[in-house]
Write a protein of this length. Structure first.
Length: 82
């Protein structure tokens, strides 16, 4: 996974899940320097031990959007559709 400076990441530190911000990325060693929120320390971790905080953007398929609009026009409710 590619990280950039400023990315929000989650990691395990001292047996607890922590959230921090990537300060530097070392691509030659596959490590990132992370500033942990609420801690005055900066840690360097391998990229494989980091996970981005932001989830994937949810995209609604067009056919589902069309179906929802159709149901609203006909004034169907959920109980009627099931």
């Amino acid at each position: 996974m590619r990280f950039r400076e400023g990315d929000r990441v989650e990691l395990i530190l001292r047996s607890e899940k922590r959230v921090g911000t990537v300060e530097e990325v070392y691509n030659d060693t596959q490590k990132c320097k992370v500033q942990i929120d609420g801690f005055p320390v900066t840690v360097t971790k391998l990229q494989k031990y980091l996970v981005k905080v932001e989830g994937a953007e949810l995209v609604l398929p067009q056919f589902a959007d069309d179906w929802i609009k159709h149901c609203k026009q006909r004034e169907y409710d959920l109980a009627c559709l099931l």
